[in-house]
Design a protein around this ligand. Structure first.
Ligand code: NAI
Length: 256
């Protein structure tokens, strides 16, 4: 139960969904965890609940991942609070439905800012601190949409494909620098989290889950922990020879 003993982790978008499931798993495996999110009330209350089970192991901080100053503040905070960073999980993200004709340019830019620019900023500002900690693992949460495209997710497909390739560039940079920092991406298909709310609003939760499940060879959508366990593997030393690669967690959707 101590796969992340002595490690310090920063997880963005950790107030709910995949980020929160990852924070819980990391704390259970012995890591100190900073949960960041724009939804600070929820991040704070989740951190407080976790500290009741794992005393003093977690903290929460308000953080807009598109904001350069916020990143600087978050890195400073985690260094002062926990003494460094070993694991960065760039998880915060938003979905977007729209094809190349009906997607507005404003929405295109917003999706790229939250889903892709955030990963650049996070790595840019965290790597110097991770270097001081002597070893590290960066996990960028992309999507199956970063590997296979659909007609009505133009901005999301583009941003998530960018995350995949950016991760490889960062991995090669770190390998060349011999700084003992690895970087990989993870690619989930539909996971039952609030990000699916937009779709659920239109046809109801149960009908939406059934509709999405029909697209998956295994016949059902995933749970946040299905992804969190993949992130845990990439974060731990068990994956020490893995960098610039991806883990696909999609119930078989990309095998067809
Ligand atoms: P979610 O909507 O449950 O959680 C996302 C979190 O990110 C929220 O707590 C939200 O407040 C936070 N967030 C949004 N914008 C932010 C910003 N500018 N700064 C800081 N935090 C911000 O979504 P979920 O499903 O947990 O998604 C996590 C990641 O997984 C995202 O990158 C998403 O694209 C990816 N993903 C999710 C899939 C799914 O079906 N749930 C499938 C494939 C990828």
């Amino acid at each position: 139960m101590e796969r992340l003993k002595n490690k310090i982790a920063l997880i963005t978008g950790a107030a709910q969904g995949i980020g929160l499931a990852t924070a819980k798993l990391f704390a259970q495996e012995g890591a100190k965890v900073l949960l960041t999110d724009i939804n600070i009330d929820k991040a704070n209350s989740e951190s407080k609940s976790l500290n009741k089970i794992y005393p003093d192991q977690t903290s929460a901080l308000e953080h807009d991942v598109t904001n350069k100053q916020d990143w600087k503040h978050v890195i400073e905070f985690i260094e002062n609070k926990f003494g460094g960073i070993n694991i960065l999980v760039n998880n915060a993200g938003i979905g977007s439905i729209g094809n190349v004709e009906n997607e507005s340019f404003e929405q295109w830019k917003k999706v790229h800012s939250v889903d892709l620019d955030s990963v650049f900023l996070g790595c840019k500002y965290a790597i110097p601190t991770i270097k001081k900690s002597k070893s590290g693992s960066i996990i960028n949460v992309s999507s199956i949409s970063g590997i296979i495209a659909s007609h009505n997710m133009a901005a999301y497909n583009s941003a998530k494909a960018g995350v995949r390739h950016l991760s490889k560039s960062i991995a090669l940079h770190c390998a060349r620098d011999r700084n003992n920092i690895r970087c990989n991406s993870i690619h989930p298909a539909f996971i039952d989290t609030p990000i699916l709310d937009e779709l659920c609003k239109k046809i109801g939760h149960e009908a939406a889950i059934k509709k999405l499940s029909r697209q998956i060879p295994m016949g059902q959508i995933g749970e946040p922990n299905d992804v969190a366990y993949g992130i845990l593997y990439l974060a731990s030393d068990e994956s020490k020879f893995m960098t610039g690669a991806e883990i696909i967690i999609d119930g078989g959707i990309s095998a067809a």
